[in-house]
Ligand binder design. Structure first.
Ligand SMILES: Nc1ncnc2c1ncn2[C@@H]1O[C@H](COP(=O)(O)OP(=O)(O)OP(=O)(O)O)[C@@H](O)[C@H]1O
Ligand SMILES: [Mg+2]
Length: 406
């Protein structure tokens, strides 16, 4: 049997790839856990014609995906291979390499999974970034200078990312995090945060978008809001982001696919790259960036992996003001059952959901997994988007009962 595209992993946000494959009349093979294979096959039996399971117990480890991906590729001889999220990047890149298929390439895949490796590559390429060092144990740092940031080498969702403001907090972090290394310890850089999502073909950027990002700030930096199309009125900022993106794509020696870059621009104009990844960006960015520009990024990625040119926006189309908004607790409180304050009644919301069950008690988030609800918005103007975000936050606040209301 042969298929068009092999999908390594397909979480909820991977649905877009399957829809695109269906629209393009493609046949797909899927590596996933048995439960996910069953769920995907229930909806996409016409698309997913072959599959290979992996043990769910080890699914968070990159290595676990490699064997099943190689076996499925040998059986189905795909014309393209796509990684879904972080643990899938290496396996997809190995399959692409051994079958001569388009993809980001092994160097980019490897760097995507290791922030310390990225720091070395960016350093060698002269790309601006925070000073950093890798430590096996935090107590190895002789002269910490504050504030600094501690993070795991290959985390995501801000999990384990922590700003340490002073010597007292440092002593606490050293005690609390003993044995959990290696760690990357970085200079804390301030400034507005952005992400840059781009399509790359043959090492050249063919589409890019700049997204403004809001997080909870220190100490945990959990992402709360992403607004694509940033810098529309600031050509200099856009050009800056595109130049930085080009440099990172070059440093990673990335060839084909989607790249997601995160950086800050300090008040003095100094840019600092946080990290890059050659996979589907999270937090519904595929959906909101696609809507903003009138492009289907999922379909574009599928086309790129088949070695075809994706359809790109003509430039003359209408730009939509979109956002992905996440709602989190500001103080400990209980998620209350659905009432009248539903997020899906907020103007412009085209998708929303509760991520914690009613009755769950949640405090301020320490990682993305602690966020309680989300809403995706699409409005004709920036002002309307701004208002809708405000309304959604207020509606949500009424659904999260703090101690004084309980
Ligand atoms: N050196 C730094 N200086 C300032 N802020 C930082 C630094 N490193 C990380 N941060 C903040 O923490 C956030 C998460 O860091 P990073 O992207 O390295 O971790 P992550 O686990 O990959 O997070 P995510 O998956 O949410 O992007 C960044 O977006 C930024 O807000
Ligand atoms: Mg990040």
């Amino acid at each position: 049997m042969s298929v068009d595209v092999l999908l390594v992993g397909s979480g909820n946000m991977g649905r877009g790839y399957l829809m695109a494959a269906r629209r393009l009349g493609l046949r797909a093979a899927l590596v996933e856990t048995p439960a996910r294979i069953e769920a995907v096959r229930a909806e996409f039996a016409d698309v997913v014609v072959a599959h290979e399971p992996l043990d769910p117990v080890v699914a968070e480890h990159d290595e676990a995906w490699v064997g099943p991906a190689i076996r499925l590729a040998q059986r189905t001889r795909p014309r393209g291979v796509l990684a879904f999220s972080e643990p899938h990047v290496q396996a997809a890149a190995l399959v692409a390499e051994s079958h001569g298929l388009p993809g980001p390439g092994l160097p980019a895949a490897q760097a995507s999974r290791n922030k310390a490796l990225q720091r070395q590559l960016y350093g060698a390429a002269g790309i601006p970034q925070p000073d950093s060092q890798v430590l096996a144990r935090l107590d190895e740092l002789a002269r910490p200078s504050f504030p600094l940031v501690v993070k795991p080498l290959s985390g995501s969702g801000s999990s384990g990312v922590e700003q340490v403001p002073d010597p007292r907090a440092w002593a606490d972090a050293v005690a609390r995090r003993s044995g959990g290394g290696p760690y990357l310890v970085e200079e804390y850089v301030t400034g507005a945060e952005y992400s840059w999502e781009a399509l790359v073909r043959g090492g050249g950027v063919i589409f890019s978008n700049l997204t403004a990002k809001t997080t909870t700030g220190p100490p945990a930096f959990v992402e709360l809001l992403h607004v694509p199309g940033a810098g529309a009125a600031d050509r200099e900022l856009r050009d800056r982001a595109d130049r930085l993106g080009d440099e990172v794509v070059g440093a990673l020696r990335m060839r084909d696919g989607m790249v997601h870059l995160e950086f800050r621009i300090a008040p003095d104009g100094r840019a600092a790259v946080m990290e890059a990844a050659v996979r589907t960006p999270g937090d519904f960015l595929m959906d909101v960036v696609s809507r903003a520009h009138g492009i289907d990024l999922y379909e574009a990625c599928v086309r790129l992996t088949l070695g075809h040119d994706p359809e790109l926006p003509s430039g003359g189309g209408e730009f939509r003001h979109t956002a992905s908004l996440f709602l989190a607790a500001e103080q400990a409180g209980e998620v209350v059952p659905d009432g009248t304050d539903r997020l899906d009644t907020v103007p412009g919301v085209f998708r929303s959901g509760l991520r914690q069950d009613p009755g769950t008690v949640m405090g301020p988030p320490e990682s993305s997994a602690d966020r309680m609800a989300f809403a995706l918005l699409d409005l004709p103007t920036e002002a309307a988007l701004h208002d809708a975000v405000h309304v959604a936050r207020a509606a949500f606040a009424r659904r999260h009962r703090g101690p004084e209301a309980a």
